[in-house]
Design a protein around this ligand. Structure first.
Ligand SMILES: *Cc1c(COP(=O)(O)O)cnc(C)c1O
Length: 246
């Protein structure tokens, strides 16, 4: 990975704060290349499998948005943050959610990125209503059409959106996608572009929706995603280093 750190910690690894600064600089440069205001892009630090101490260290360095893919782990970290008084963190649920676990996705979260079926959306709305709250979410889209990928196909969305938008206790703020893993970041550009064009299409067809967010881009390809209009990038490895598992 990078050796740009100027403040190596004792084990000669670059510090978390310097890794974060490097990623933020890359976000800004990508935004500038695309003539965009970097302030309109949210960097979600994906902390899955990483200990809470690393989150606390990054929060100290000014990082606000954190993402987790397992709801159990997300709740543990929410509790830890509460225990140490880190109230300013905004938590993002970014992983696949089984509909039988929908209750776990109703909580103090900024955004649930990964609503991938109408059934899950219905359950989230039902559970949020029962809890007297509302879920703020994104719709996950399978742009590439790969069998293995979660998410609505664009056509499914156009068909199902009237019902989805009528659900009383879930509000959709835009779209999310997981691009197929490519060696070359450039290879994902058409996927990101298609997600942006889909958002624009949905904005016209369903003006009652809140179509402000495109959550796309990870360590491998977040700069390309920003050039194609991402408003949220989800970056784990480039900030935290490699994961053992997950
Ligand atoms: C793990 C994960 C990421 C971050 O992946 P990196 O390649 O480590 O940046 C982003 N989005 C989702 C949904 C993930 O599960």
């Amino acid at each position: 990975m990078s050796d740009n750190s100027t403040t190596p910690s004792t084990n000669n690894e670059p510090s978390l704060a310097s890794q974060l600064a490097l990623v933020k600089a890359r976000v800004e440069q990508a935004a500038q290349r695309a003539g965009r205001d970097p302030a309109e892009i949210t960097l979600v630090a994906v902390s899955k499998t990483k200990p809470f101490a690393m989150i606390a260290e990054l929060a100290d360095a000014g990082q606000v948005d954190f993402g987790e893919n397992r709801l159990e782990e997300l709740w543990e970290k929410v509790d830890e943050a509460q225990n140490v008084g880190l109230a300013e963190i905004r938590w993002h649920a970014i992983g696949t959610i089984q509909s039988r676990k929908s209750k776990l996705a109703v909580g103090p979260f900024a955004l649930v990125h990964s609503v991938d079926t109408a059934k899950l959306a219905q359950r989230l709305s039902r559970d949020a209503q029962a809890a007297g709250t509302r879920v703020d979410a994104l719709l996950e889209v399978n742009v590439s059409g790969e069998e293995s990928k979660h998410g609505f196909t664009p056509n499914q969305l156009r068909t199902e959106l009237p019902q989805l938008l009528a659900l009383p206790a879930i509000r959709f703020h835009g779209l999310m996608t997981m691009a197929p893993l490519e060696q070359e970041p450039e290879a994902t550009r058409p996927i990101f572009r298609r997600l942006r064009l889909l958002l624009e299409d949905l904005r016209e067809r369903f003006p009652q929706g809140h179509w402000q967010h495109l959550s796309m881009g990870m360590t491998n390809d977040f700069e390309v995603a920003i050039e194609e209009g991402a408003t949220i990038v989800r970056v784990g490895t480039a900030i935290f280093g490699k994961r053992e598992l997950g």
